[in-house]
Write a protein that binds this ligand. Sequence first.
Ligand code: BV8
Ligand code: ZN
Length: 265
Amino acid sequence: MTDEIARAAEYVAEADRIFAFVGAGFSAESGVPTFRGEDGIFSDEKIAELAYVETFEREPERALKWLQEARSMMAAVEPNEGHRALARLAARDDKTVTVATQNIDGLVERAARRAGVGVGRDLAVHHIHGSMTRIVCHDCGRAVDASFDASFDASDGGDDALDLSEMPTCEHCGGLLRPDVVLFGEMLPQEAFQASVQAARSADVGLLLGTSGIVYPAADLPRQASRAGASLVEINPNPTDLSSLCDVVIRAKTGEALPQVVDGA
Ligand code: BV8
Ligand code: ZN
């Protein structure tokens, strides 16, 4: 166990309230591509522009084709050792864990459910950039039948009947259906974001897991935690905009390092 991992384990052992700020790197070892960095999907300009709400409104067919491909890919991936370690931490009676995830896959919840952790009871997971598992109408915001959520969350991928690339429309207003993910230029879900701010401000320890820390206002959460007195631990193979805020920096993959931190705490 490296010194950094031992120090991080000590912080976690002494903490009651733990705030986990999760980014795309946390799902990288599950095969979900990250956005930035050498193999990030945003290195392809054409893809990067699809993450903007303007593009969605200008070219809905291209945007929905991409979102459907991402949705099918995410239905097929599995939680990795990092997700499982976070679930073990949440299962502990002496720890209150809150997760603010920028990821739109449901992998944190899937690992938690499989570990018998009550999502919403023992573990709060706030999707501050939305979730691929929910489908809403772009115009009136109505959520589509939860059955789609169930098939997606069923963790076997399910035979989700909905194909967004066919541009299905809302039965109430005729608007286009789309995943409930936050595109650039869209507001974050305020309830999830405010709950994340509260959790960050009351945390003893903040775990920064696989995020480049450049997308706002999400990336302000670690700063809020630190200002309120939390000790910050970053686990990321690369330096980030948040590294200088951290008390401990572990230059490793979350799937390798987080299990050591959690099991050493
Ligand atoms: C809003 C779509 C306001 C969904 C995403 C100028 C300056 C500052 C800010 C702005 C600006 N101009 C505009 C803004 C605001 C903008 C923003 O922050 N832009 C940035 C790029 C400068 N933000 C917004 O638009 C947000 N909305 O501000 O609304 C508003 C007000 C009024 C009215 C209307 C609107 C909306 C932000 C949400 C955007 N959605 N994607 C999707 O497809 O997911 S962004 C995208 O980036 C994802 O959501 C992702 O979650 C997010 C953050 O990325 P990361 O998760 O950190 O991932 P990344 O690839 O960057 O990094 C991966 C890291 O993992 C790396 O560090 C790598 O080293 C590491 N890693 C790799 N492997 C591993 C690993 N770590 C550990 N283990 C491994 N194995
Ligand atoms: Zn509608």
